[in-house]
Design a protein around this ligand. Structure first.
Ligand SMILES: Cc1cc2nc3c(=O)[nH]c(=O)nc-3n(C[C@H](O)[C@H](O)[C@H](O)COP(=O)(O)OP(=O)(O)OC[C@H]3O[C@@H](n4cnc5c(N)ncnc54)[C@H](O)[C@@H]3O)c2cc1C
Length: 470
């Protein structure tokens, strides 16, 4: 058997000598004055060391912990040897956006949570994935082979991560892919939701350009159902992928919700973060006391954006406790470092306003966790007599999203949805309409970038099977 330095016992136990390292992060005081990413890359020596901490498990749980089934131990072995380009090639083979996922994935709940050395000592998979792929992209590598045109056409509706992932795989297989996108730039929530301090907009633009080089055509500023019908697309293309997201914000249901300066979180984030003017009304945050309602990624992003926009105080009110908060722990820690405050087990019951109709306070009640509900999470219930008032000049609602209902007049309404409006799909991601596929948030409800990428790739496989059938 040839000598393999990574499979000697000595190499397998590198983690005993080397602690997990965290990627360099800018100090909170510095980073809150701009919207640039807060993490930078490890140097090459550290990457090799950190990758060598991978135990090379025979049945690697990190691979099953990654929704994309990324071949993590294999690229760890290559990275440990300094073969960064080979590592990146392998990483790219299972992911449409291997430089974007490491920036936004909650690794502490996915691959790194599955590492045998988890939690404190897990291999820093995300930081290594980001390094190898940035290394390759900086050297003009990271490209995938493109098959000659196969003469078949596919329409992708929505240029979020799911639509882009579907377009990526199909274009590699020789399909002519046209992406129809309502916004003027491709990227979906990568561009108009997730703030630049987590994912700089140039990174998304670079990925869209790679797709253009692969032959993907983008038709931006086109809303399917308004500017063009689904029927037209089904006539013109062999298959259609619906990756239109879930962008209908859940409302705040309490008295005073209609007061001035009570805003939905997503338009606020888009107004502050989008790389182009969206015509949204400006929101002045300077010197304001900001209360963010909710406990997901959007809530963390609202807090951190408000801080960067000069808020005097930023408080998150969330009805469950930290253990049950859906937002990423990494981003929670970052928000704390940047000065956000958290009130757990706290729910708004009314908003108070002044004579000008502007919000002045959030009336809250303390909560306690009761019995588990149908989802298995303990249900919060109000504690009698525990009401208190939280001063507020700006309230941002971050309660999550539902799919936007299709207008009854649009032929999109032929697509079958479940009782909360999410598109129903089969095991190939195909909807009730033959040749019409769907994935990402419009199928799952609000989820993760990596899940949308996974759905887009799975749908591409389904489309390929559908269009290859005799
Ligand atoms: C503020 C915020 C922060 C988040 N942070 C994270 C994070 O840190 N990590 C993470 O993993 N996930 C995060 N998420 C979730 C993640 O962004 C989504 O799960 C993911 O973007 C869903 O991808 P998608 O392709 O299904 O839809 P989207 O990204 O929503 O893209 C859908 C696209 O379809 C377009 N579209 C809709 N209707 C039409 C139509 N009729 N015709 C043409 N185009 C149409 C939309 O304009 C949009 O561009 C965050 C979400 C939000 C809101």
């Amino acid at each position: 058997m040839p000598h393999d330095p990574l499979h000697t016992d000595q190499a397998r136990f590198k983690w005993r000598e080397l602690d997990r390292a965290e990627p360099p992060k800018r100090a909170a005081a510095e980073r809150i004055s701009d919207f640039h990413e807060i993490y930078s890359l490890f140097d090459e020596a550290t990457i090799r060391e950190q990758a060598s901490r991978c135990v090379q498990c025979e049945s690697p749980a990190c691979v099953t912990g990654c929704p994309l089934g990324n071949q993590i131990p294999k690229w760890m072995a290559l990275a440990a040897e300094g073969k960064f380009l080979e590592a990146a090639e392998l990483s790219r083979s299972t992911s449409a956006m291997p430089e974007i996922c490491p920036r936004v994935c909650p690794q502490e709940k996915l691959c790194e949570a599955s590492c045998v050395m988890s939690p404190a000592e897990s291999v820093c998979i995300g930081a290594i994935e980001k390094f190898i792929n940035e290394y390759a992209l900086a050297r003009g590598a990271g490209k995938v082979p493109i098959a000659p045109p196969n003469g078949k056409r596919v329409a992708v509706i929505g240029a979020g991560p799911g639509g882009l992932a579907c377009a990526d795989l199909l274009s590699q297989w020789g399909y002519a892919v046209t992406v129809f996108e309502s916004q003027l730039l491709p990227g979906g929530l990568l561009l108009f939701g997730i703030p630049a301090f987590k994912l700089e907009k140039e990174v998304v633009e670079r990925r869209a350009n790679i797709l253009r080089q692969q032959g993907v055509e983008f038709k931006v500023g086109v809303t399917v159902g308004k500017d063009i019908t689904l029927t037209q697309l089904r006539d013109d293309f062999g298959a259609v992928y619906l990756g239109i997201g879930a962008l209908k914000a859940k409302p705040l249901d309490c008295p005073g919700a209609e007061l001035k300066n009570v805003l939905q979180g997503l338009p606020f984030l888009a107004q502050k973060n989008a790389p182009i003017a969206l015509g949204l009304p400006p929101v002045d945050v300077r010197g304001k006391r900001v209360v963010v309602l909710g406990g997901g990624d959007s809530a963390m992003d609202c807090l951190r954006t408000a801080i960067r926009c000069g808020a005097a105080d930023t408080v998150c009110a969330y009805r469950r406790d930290l253990a049950n908060m859906p937002g990423s722990r990494k981003e929670y820690a970052n928000a704390l470092e940047e000065g956000a405050r958290f009130l757990f087990l706290t729910n708004p019951i009314a908003l108070e306003g002044n004579a000008a109709g502007e919000v002045t306070a959030v009336r809250c009640v303390r909560m306690e966790l009761g019995e588990p509900d149908a989802s298995g999470r303990r249900k919060p219930r109000a504690v009698k007599g525990s009401e208190f008032t939280l001063p507020a000049d700006l309230v941002l609602i971050a309660y999550g999203f539902d799919p936007v209902p299709f207008p009854a007049t649009s032929d999109l309404s032929q697509v079958a949805v479940n009782d909360w409006g999410a598109i129903k799909t089969d095991e190939n991601q195909m909807t009730n309409l033959p040749g019409v596929f769907a994935g990402g948030d419009v199928v799952r409800g609000p989820s993760l970038v990596v899940h949308a990428v996974r759905d887009g790739r799975k749908a591409a496989e389904g489309i390929d099977r559908y269009l290859s059938a005799p």
